[in-house]
Design a protein around this ligand. Structure first.
Ligand code: SF4
Ligand code: ZN
Length: 302
């Protein structure tokens, strides 16, 4: 197989359109996609202090690698959260430590146990949809810690698959507010306590990021979180993967359609709805009790 650009030996394929490329052309493709997204939406500005949500998985490690490579002037702090999942997270956090050391990035670790007094494992014994709890609590903690560390943006490694899945999940649940929170800069409403969350990898397929990691010597833990199979996302993921296999580009088109239709509506809502603060914890919230406090109360942990 030969590279479609220069005829050299192809070592990887981009997902859509399916094209075989050599190592250099594949790396250039990934880096261009990343930089185009950063520039188009002004995701990273000069001198901004960045907090990067680092799980130690392929997406966040590649996001860190690319930011470290292309934005050396920006101060970066990696924030790693140990949710208390067990072996899976222990291994991925070891990877996070390893690469932060290698790239000389300041890594700060926090845990659910220290911050909330329990591990996600104990929630998993009480509820089936453990991902709802884990994801909400993790976002809450990352925002809080990023703010305390005086970061101006939180960088997350969400890829195209994640984004397309979330668009469908919010659509199927008919949750307009959650849908509008999506996009290259997550969230709809401004609040001094809310640190904008940016997604520079959202135009890259998970497979492309995996290949990029492999070609650039970034080793990732092959294990998956044991709780993912109980989530609503898992079902949507399987559905989308089978559609993508039959009709390549499905996920990409979902994202394109979203980007074309939602900015105007997002702007309208921004003018009409105001974020206030949770009466329990003081974190930004559009309801009197924030989502995190609601969930903690629902499992009687607060
Ligand atoms: Fe948490 Fe679910 Fe992700 Fe596992 S799959 S880390 S439980 S959100
Ligand atoms: Zn709260």
């Amino acid at each position: 197989m030969r590279c479609a650009n220069d005829g050299r030996k192809a070592v990887a394929k981009i997902s859509y359109p399916t094209i075989a490329l050599c190592r250099d052309c594949f790396n250039s493709y990934v880096e261009r996609r990343f930089l185009d997204e950063v520039r188009k939406w002004k995701l990273i500005e000069p001198n901004e202090k960045l907090a990067l949500a680092l799980s130690g998985g392929k997406d966040s490690l590649v996001a860190l690698y690319l930011i470290h490579k292309f934005f050396p002037e920006n101060e970066i702090i990696a924030i790693a959260i140990d949710e208390g999942i067990g072996k899976f997270r222990e291994l991925s956090l070891l990877q996070a430590e390893k690469y932060c050391k290698l790239w000389d990035v300041d890594l700060r670790k926090f845990s659910f146990l220290e911050e909330f007094g329990f591990e996600i494992r104990s929630i998993a014994r009480k509820v089936r949809n453990v991902c709802t709890y884990c994801g909400t609590l993790r976002r809450y903690l990352i925002n809080k810690k990023a703010r305390e560390l005086r970061a101006q943006k939180v960088v997350v490694g969400h890829n195209l698959d994640d984004e397309a899945e979330t668009i469908l999940m919010s659509s199927f649940k008919s949750n307009l507010m959650d849908l509008l929170k999506l996009g290259p800069i997550a969230g709809i409403l401004d609040h001094p306590k809310f640190i904008p969350r940016v997604k520079p990898l959202r135009k890259l397929y998970g497979k492309e990021i995996e290949t990029f990691a492999r070609l650039n010597g970034i080793k990732v833990v092959p294990k998956k979180c044991p709780y993912i199979k109980y989530s609503y996302r898992y079902g949507i993921r399987r559905l989308l993967n089978s559609l993508e296999a039959k009709e390549p580009g499905t996920k990409f088109r979902i994202l394109e359609a979203f980007d074309e239709s939602f900015p105007a509506l997002k702007q309208k809502i921004k003018l009409e709805v105001k974020l206030s603060e949770c009466k329990n914890c003081g974190e930004p919230s559009s309801t009197s009790l924030c989502r995190c406090c609601q969930l903690l109360r629902s499992v009687k942990l607060k």
